[in-house]
Write a protein that binds this ligand. Structure first.
Ligand SMILES: [Zn+2]
Length: 247
């Protein structure tokens, strides 16, 4: 394994400062990046804001009238456990979210006002339409913001071809506790078991008994990585979506 393998790099979070996180639905922030957020929140120099894109009411087959507010509240509790207070809810329709100028303008104003250096967002390769769309649009917008140093794509419904991993062993219990706040979503899947397994697998690169989160990182200020083929991944995500739709 060691001789020929080119393994994911360690994601160094020591110099993080302004971190903006986009979550299409309540729970994505825990599934994909609960560990890194818990670690970043411990660093006093880091300012973290989370943007919830949809209202979360379509996460089940027959949404109850108060499903949206309830899931939003669950997300606030989860973020509090992770050590994060800043949450902005855009409340677009869950599962029926569509691209338009109003959405682009809202994202643009958030990017300008928060002025992030790192942006965490869903992977461009994902089974969920809301994830694909938000990832593609927001990552494209970020390319025009000179202060953004890194796009960090996290994995939720489809594992990413990881460029980086981060050891989250020390905060795995915090991540699980935060994930458990999403009681509405957890009725439809054993997220604790599944995400623990994913983070166990990602720990394979780090040694025994480690948990890790994996990311696809697009460096915007590193000339060595400036040709990272972001558009290729977006194309692959769209190809996967079309392939599934045609079979
Ligand atoms: Zn989601």
């Amino acid at each position: 394994m060691q001789a020929e393998a080119s393994l994911p790099l360690n994601l160094d979070i020591a110099d993080a400062s302004e971190v903006l996180v986009f979550a299409p639905h309540p729970d994505d922030e825990c599934i994909g990046c609960g560990g890194i957020l818990a670690l970043l929140a411990k660093q006093s120099t880091v300012n973290i804001k989370v943007v919830l894109i949809t209202n979360g009411d379509g996460g089940v087959n027959s949404p109850e009238p108060d499903m949206g507010p309830r899931r939003e509240n669950e997300m606030r509790k989860a973020l509090s456990i992770l050590g994060i207070e800043q949450l902005e809810c855009l409340r677009y329709p869950d599962g029926r979210f569509e691209l338009n100028n109003e959405f682009i303008n809202r994202i643009e104003s958030i990017l300008i006002s928060f002025n992030p250096k790192w942006v965490l967002l869903p992977s461009p390769i994902d089974y969920h339409k809301d994830h694909l769309l938000s990832s593609n649009v927001i990552s494209s917008q970020c390319l025009n913001h000179q202060n953004i140093e890194k796009l960090i794509f996290y994995e939720t419904w489809c594992p990413v071809p990881a460029t980086h991993t981060l050891d989250i062993t020390d905060v795995m219990n915090v991540k699980i506790k935060a994930l458990q706040q999403h009681e509405s979503a957890m009725k439809y899947g054993d997220y604790v078991r599944c995400i623990s397994a994913l983070n166990t697998y990602r720990g394979l690169y780090l040694g025994f008994d480690r948990y890790a989160e994996a990311f696809l990182v697009h460096q915007l200020k590193d000339s060595k990585r400036s040709e990272f083929p972001l558009t290729k991944f977006i194309e692959l995500g769209i190809y996967l979506k079309n392939l599934l739709a045609s079979t």
